[in-house]
Every structure is written in C-alpha cells, then in structure tokens.
Design a protein around this ligand. Sequence first.
Ligand SMILES: [Zn+2]
Length: 213
Amino acid sequence: MKSNKQRRAEIKAHRRERAAALAARLRLPDIRLPKADFADAPGCEPADRAVLQQHNNTYGVLPDFYVARPFICRDCGAEEVWTAKQQKWWYETIHGHIDSRAVRCLACRRARRERLRAVAPGADLLLEKTCRLRALGAAKPSVQARAEIEAALQSKWWSLRVVAIQAMGRWGGEENLARLHAFMAARPEGGRRYFGWERVAADAARSALMRRE
Ligand SMILES: [Zn+2]
C-alpha cells in the first residue's frame, strides 16, 4: 500500500515531467501562449480574455491559454508546478495581477501567511473582503448587504469597487441597473490614454449588464 505522502509525491513528479515536456515543446521563455495550437495539450487551460481585460489594467499581451509552469520554490527550493488550472483561478477568479507568478510551494505559502498574520493581522483582508462581497452578490440583497456594497464602492481598492459593481449587476432591480447605466454613461472619452476609476467603473458596469442578458 502506498501512503498518501508517496502518492502525492508521485502526482507531483508526474506534473513536473509533463510541464517540462510541454515547456520543451514550446521553447518559449514565457509559456503563456498567444497561440491557439495547444488548446488540447495536457496541462493547458483556455484563458477568458474578456475576464482578464476587465481586471487587468496593463498594456501587456493577454494570454489565450495557460500552460503548466515549472518553478523552484523561493523559500525551500522544492521543484514545483503551477498548473494551468491554478493559474486560471489565480488570474480570473481572484484577479491576481497579470504579471504575478507562483514563487512558493504550498507549504511555504502557508508558513509565510502565518508569519504575516502574526506580524500584520489583516494581511489577507483584501481577499477576505472580495470573497465576502461575492457571497453578498450571490444572495438576495438585504439592507445590511446593500450597505456593505455601498461602502465597497468607496473602497481605496478598485478591485473591491469592481466586485461591488458585479454584485449590483447580479442583484439587478431598477435602481441598481440605473446606476450601472450611469457608470457606463460616465465613461470618459478618448479611451486608451485616460486611465481612471471612471473608465474602470464603466467597463465593469458594462460587463455586469452584459452578463445579465
Ligand atoms: Zn517551499
């Protein structure tokens, strides 16, 4: 009988081999491919560029696909693989910065989080708040929930404001929809050069409305 530990080690080794093989096949320094050729390759996940565009305010090229990335843990030196699925979750679900990468293994990430929590309680605040607002958006709006969304619209973190706008879109209702349309109407002209909250809000409102259709 294999222990769970052995089994996990085998799975990891398999992932590493697969990622290394894929990397060799691609021979690119950045293996988030701008090509569609690898859609069916093992270890690939299609990227949703519409979602990425909404949350990434950089001018870099957005990927069409995620490809498993081998990396060495910064803290313990373990050989790890950042899977395509994990990348998709990181970039599209919790909106990790498009230029951010996995640098630590799970154990070291946990250890680091614990250390941070000890010296700086609330280090995970943004993530916690984001999850909280998402949960509010998924449920029926209560008075309390509306107040929290309202407060989030004033947050210093734009990503929280965007989640608040998404929640308003999910809730719907005449008043919320009117406000989303107002955000859209306030989109500044001359698009590309101007970067500000008004533009981000307008784009977030637009996709929140489109999602309702
Ligand atoms: Zn590590």
